[in-house]
Write a protein of this length. Structure first.
Lengths: 446, 432
């Protein structure tokens, strides 16, 4: 609820739409004040998903205020000039709808799912809190306790989450992707009204927002309502191009050990700094997406084959890459060792498998299976129009265009084995990597 | 946590459908009852099979056998070993998911129209000729044991399992369906075969199909798919006798935030007061941010990120559960507030406005669940298992709206049992 988006990417990154008829169902336009609009038509059920995405996430925060993007997301349910605290959600519920919001590194999004004849009401509520939020000191203090309990639940109670947080901090030397979305605890406890409002005034404006409406609607109907409710809002003239501190050259292999008595199953994981999808230039990211699938995307992947079926040194292996990111992201490989296998042995087996994968020709049958799944995912994706709204919203908030989203399956389908190997050789550079051991308190790391 | 899974399941069952979904109920030539919705706009089919019984059919001393068996169904069939089977499935871009819960074993399949026959043949092989190769058993067993060990160190899992043990005792619901490290280690291939034969059988099977397939095509397809299954399996377990002693049990575990599970006796789905109880729960702790528990524990006091209550209807038990997580020095206060709200609801009931709001939420959200072939297939198979007719969809909102303030407040007085509300807390709670 009012959730934090988990950022460990999975192979779902493949599930982008682009069949001819899907493109026909998507309409885009921009309001005079700069607000982008995406409409996705699906009339199978009288339902609509209404979302507003802001091109602002935790990586856009001012230093020293980590967690404020997510904190503000909570506070936007606290009321406006005309709505009492909680009244927005209560109104949505009374209309048979559900609502929520989520924050990630690159964006913050608010959404409602409701009968399509209630779309106007949703726009009235959402456009209101884009500019009219009103907060009291008491709201701030109580809700700060809530986000600290949220951090307790998601992070402090989970050694795996604490480990990933430390590892991420080591991966990014300068960029704020190294700071957790939920925030560092010592900064969260100091977040105040000024910090929340500073973030709000800077980033919450129609020219920094994307409206996505998906379901039983028409583009003309959405346009008329959007102009009425969002089109009248003043743009923020001081909004500048998004530019966050960039990574310097990374020249040192980093290694860390995280120990915790609550660890039941030790594992080793390694992340490498990796390029992201860029507008109009998605090939390398597409090659890395396929690499993650081939290497660690399931039962038929290379790591599974080598380490789970053949040498049986692992009980679980995986590779993750999500190219949807405004700035450089990471590519992660993970091995959970079998009983009796140490972490150094598991790491050695992982290295050996990666080395052998790069040095051999790509298994073209495996690549063909993955490309078949990509094609099918475009068909399956049409069954879930709410998810399509997410696909478009998150892509646009991450610096991509509608064209990039619609090209993505085609780009994936056109990637050659040589491009995959080239991407692997470029990314698997230990100087830009962090290797982490998650261990029991008294475990032996040698 | 499995209580959450169970809750999500019962919620899905209790919120039915909308106009636009036309269910065709028919019997195949082979005698199978099917709920079918033809939806041709996207060229794929969603198929749901549910075998009643699930992990509760584990034989004496073989806890975890059905769970391990379920994990092995996709690890090779007929001529294909585990890897060959996975390659064949992926090459067709079909998805088969096999899962087991306390009362059901579920098979969820999605496949494209363009290779429907090949996908169904592969699915048939997995259901009728699973190989259960020894190397696959050992490999998947190691994964299951790894999961059991992780659960032993996870406060939410510890709380869920300890709570179930207290409430259900020696009934299968009282132990985790994954089994223990010892019980799973001892399982043999014969145990896996026996688990399969006791569970994946025709006489406790429920079927729904939604997507790009006609009734004429579907009947023979299902008869072929399921003809070779055994007719009957192990007897269903007797009903459980849940015990709620009203006590608080603390399980010490070094972690910053305590996890609490709580519960009291529930209300059967076929009870005439079920809808009143369901609405009552929405007001108490089942809705969104508007529920009393969320308002009092989170919104007013900031004691938690989330607190929920939910009615759970298992085949052999009806319970009313809840959960909350708070820092060790605040969990005591959170529990006091929950107990006070439970007692206040029992004595004072809900207001007219609360009842109206809950009705509007439940009836208005009614069409939202029927928004895709996969979700519709899931709901339809669940309706069959609950014993509903296809006409239930048309009458369900009327039943919600028929609940009066007098009825819901009588139900609050009769069914809420503050003195029986029992807590299991895992962590280092202060002052309990």
């Amino acid at each position: 609820m009012r959730a934090l988006l988990l950022t460990l990417a999975t192979s779902l990154a493949l599930a982008a739409p682009a069949k001819a008829d899907i493109r026909d169902a998507v309409t885009t336009f921009t309001l005079d004040n700069g607000m982008d609009v995406v409409v996705i038509e699906d009339s199978r059920a009288p339902v609509v998903t209404h979302m507003v995405w802001y091109r602002a996430g935790s990586a856009d925060e001012f230093p020293g205020t980590s967690g404020v993007a997510h904190f503000l997301e909570h506070l936007l349910f606290k009321g406006t000039d005309t709505l009492a605290p909680g009244e927005l959600s209560a109104t949505v519920a009374r209309n048979g709808g559900t609502d929520n919001a989520f924050t990630s590194y690159d964006y913050t999004a608010y959404f409602q799912r409701v009968a399509s004849d209630r779309l106007e009401l949703m726009m009235r509520l959402e456009s209101d809190r884009m500019v009219n939020v009103r907060l009291s000191e008491e709201d701030i203090l109580t809700e700060r306790e809530v986000i600290i309990e949220e951090r307790n639940q998601r992070t402090e109670n989970s050694p795996g989450a604490l480990f990933r947080e430390q590892k991420n901090a080591a991966q990014f030397l300068n960029h704020r992707y190294g700071v957790p979305v939920i925030g560092w605890r010592h900064e969260m406890v100091t977040l105040d009204l000024d910090a929340a409002l500073a973030y709000y005034k800077r980033f919450y404006a129609p020219n920094n927002a994307i409206l996505v409406v998906a379901g039983d609607v028409t583009p003309e109907g959405v346009r008329a309502l959007a102009e009425q409710y969002y089109g009248v809002l003043e743009p923020n003239p001081e909004l500048t191009k998004r530019a966050r501190p960039a990574e310097p050259p990374q020249t040192a292999e980093r290694r860390l050990i995280f120990r915790d008595a609550r660890v039941a199953q030790p594992y080793v994981s390694r992340s490498y700094l990796a390029p992201e999808r860029d507008a109009g230039a998605q090939r390398e990211a597409a090659a890395l997406t396929l690499l993650a699938e081939l290497l660690g995307g399931g039962t038929t992947s290379y790591l599974t084959e080598r380490l789970q079926f053949e040498s049986q040194k692992a009980v679980y292996t995986a590779a993750f890459y999500n190219g949807e990111s405004l700035d450089d992201t990471d590519f992660t490989v993970l091995v959970v060792p079998a009983d009796g296998v140490t972490l150094p042995e598991a790491e050695a087996a992982m290295d050996e498998a990666i080395e052998s994968f790069i040095s051999k020709p790509i298994d073209t049958a495996a690549l063909a299976r993955i490309k078949m799944q990509i094609r099918a995912s475009q068909i399956y994706a049409r069954d879930d129009v709410g998810n399509l709204a997410n696909v478009y919203g998150s892509a646009l908030a991450s610096g991509l265009t509608v064209q990039d989203v619609q090209d993505w399956p085609k780009v994936l389908g056109s990637i050659t084995p040589d491009e995959i190997i080239a991407a692997a050789k470029s990314v698997f550079n230990l100087d830009r990597s962090v290797t982490g051991y998650l261990m029991k308190e008294k475990g032996d790391a040698s | 946590m499995r209580a959450f899974l169970a809750a999500a399941f019962s919620l899905a069952l209790a919120i039915p459908a909308t106009a636009g979904v036309t269910i065709d109920e028919f019997k195949t030539d082979g005698g199978l009852t099917v709920w079918h919705v033809q939806e041709d706009s996207i060229p794929f089919v969603a198929l749901e099979l549910r075998f009643q019984g699930g992990a509760s059919l584990d034989a004496e001393g073989k806890r975890g056998a059905i769970n391990l068996m379920t994990g092995l169904i996709e690890e090779g069939a007929a001529e294909l070993d585990a890897r060959a089977f996975a390659k064949a499935r992926d090459g067709l871009a079909a998805s088969f998911s096999y899962a087991v819960y306390d009362d059901t074993l579920s098979v969820s399949a999605k496949f494209l129209t363009e290779n429907r026959d090949e996908a169904l043949e592969l699915l048939r092989q997995s259901l009728t000729s699973p190989r259960f190769d020894q190397d696959a058993i050992d490999r998947v067993r190691a994964q299951v044991i790894s999961g059991i060990r992780s659960d032993e160190k996870d406060p939410s899992s510890i709380a869920g399992q300890a709570f179930d043990a207290r409430v259900y005792g020696t009934h299968p619901y009282g132990t985790d369906r994954s089994g223990t490290v010892d019980s799973v280690t001892a399982l043999t291939r014969d145990d896996i075969l026996a688990a399969f034969q006791s569970t994946v059988v025709r006489d406790r099977l429920y079927i729904s199909v939604v997507g790009d397939i006609s009734r004429e095509e579907l009947g023979p397809v299902l008869d072929t798919l399921l003809a070779d299954l055994p007719e009957t399996g192990a007897p269903l377990p007797p009903a459980a006798s849940p015990v709620f002693d009203g006590e608080t049990v603390v399980i010490p575990f070094e972690t910053p935030q305590s996890v609490a599970m709580f519960g009291q006796p529930g209300v059967p789905f076929d009870h005439p007061d079920y809808f009143a109880a369901y609405l009552l729960n929405v007001v108490l702790g089942g809705g969104g941010f508007e529920s009393r528990l969320m308002q009092e524990v989170r919104e007013k006091r900031g004691l938690t990120y989330g607190v929920y209550s939910y009615l759970v209807d298992k085949d052999g038990a009806d319970v009313w559960l809840g959960s909350v997580q708070s820092a060790n020095n605040r969990i005591g206060e959170a529990m006091e507030v929950i107990k006070a709200e439970w007692a206040r609801m029992q004595s004072e009931g809900v207001t007219e406005t609360e009842l109206e709001d809950a009705k509007r939420y439940l009836t208005g959200s009614y069409p939202l669940r029927f928004d895709g072939n996969g979700p519709i297939a899931d709901i339809l198979v669940g309706m069959q298992m609950q014993g509903m007719g296809t006409d239930y969809i048309a009458t369900r909102n009327d039943r919600v709206n028929a609940v009066t303030l007098e009825q819901i407040n009588r139900v609050a007085r009769e069914f809420l049992k503050p003195e029986q509300l029992s807590f299991t807390v895992v962590g280092q709670p202060e002052g309990l």
